[in-house]
Design a protein around this ligand. Sequence first.
Ligand code: XMP
Length: 429
Amino acid sequence: MGGVAGEFLSFDDVVIVPGEARVEPSLVDVTGRISVGRPLSVPVASAPMDTVTGWRLAVLLARAGAIGVIHRNMSVEEQVAEVRRVKESPPSIWAEVAKAGPGESFEDVMLRMEELGVGAALVVDSRGFHGVYLAPGVDAALWAGKAEAVRILYETVKPLPTVDDWGRLAVAAAVSPFDLRRARALEEAGVDVIVVDVAHLHNSNAIQALSRLVKEVSADVVAGNIGTREAALDVLSRAEGVAGLRVGISSGSICKTGEVAGASVPTLQAVLNARSALEELGLAGRIPIVADGGIRGPGDAAKAVIAGASAVMGGRIFAGTEEAAAPKVRVGDRLYKPYRGMASRGAMEARFAADRYSRPSKAIEEGVEGLVPYRGSALGVVAEMAAGLQAALGYAGASSLREAWERGRLARVTPAGRGEVRPHDVILG
Ligand code: XMP
């Protein structure tokens, strides 16, 4: 074919066109889907990256109505154990708000709850969710003997947790399309969604392997990454039964692919392209599109949704959280967490060390390694994404994702307009 394919749009090239809202933002239903069979009350998934998603983040996200995709930079046995750990965790949506020192009295704790605006709290010991329930009026005697109690938990977010048919927390896990053994083992452990995790799925060998994998497992399979309409058409026609498309090439905050290989489909454009393929096949709205890479916050997520996404996937937004897989590091008087691309040198070395079946397909690094500021619990990220999406869809005049697909509109902005839609002409504190 040759020539220039056209113009690709990124999040910053567009704004959401305000439309008439028929419900208040707080009533906007942001329920989305990561795959055909897996709805999410907050349409957000964490990326399968070794500095981001292990069982801890996956547990928290499922409790908060989102979902985690456990990374594959570990042996099959280890990944299976992580999935089991999520499945065995109680689906409660209680979240940590404060630590209570062993010496604190009942009154101290009640006062702290009042300061935090917390009506009821669960006190747990250092081993986990075994504690006493505190609320105004409860007997102070409950506190006695709880000297080892260290954490106060309270219910912060209201969305339904993401659970399976048995009421256990739902979890996704990443596999290579060539790794049937891993996919089968994960399925046996109860994984709900298998996310096929390759940088460029539009490759005949990879699609052939995907087609086999989809036939062999009964869990939903989300396939990616792809960026073009042709890739979506090829995946859907050659790998029947795919339950979701993960789209976006080289837009991630740690990606170097665009730089070293010159190839990219910005995530917003990838969503538009996948939607166009689904429309052509009469499957729009039936097979979820997961927008992956470059999501900085709810504004980008809302643009992805209006373009046709059913969920967004984020690495960087979760990398700095308490529950992210990497340990905190201190630099000077500030806390950070490491964050690296899965095609960075360090992550690739870790993968080959952990799994002798994994095979290097490229001899070049396509990711960077760095640090992101520590930002507390991921629960705050989910709450911000949920509230921000409600507000954004409210502006778009949509009361649900489906309405956002049907009624939402995006408009291109000029570079001058782009400057104007960010805080400007003030010194930010
Ligand atoms: P964000 O922007 O949320 O992006 O940090 C996360 C997504 O980036 C992709 N990813 C990579 N892309 N080289 C790449 O080109 C890499 O090393 C790499 N690691 C992750 C992936 O799609 C992830 O979900």
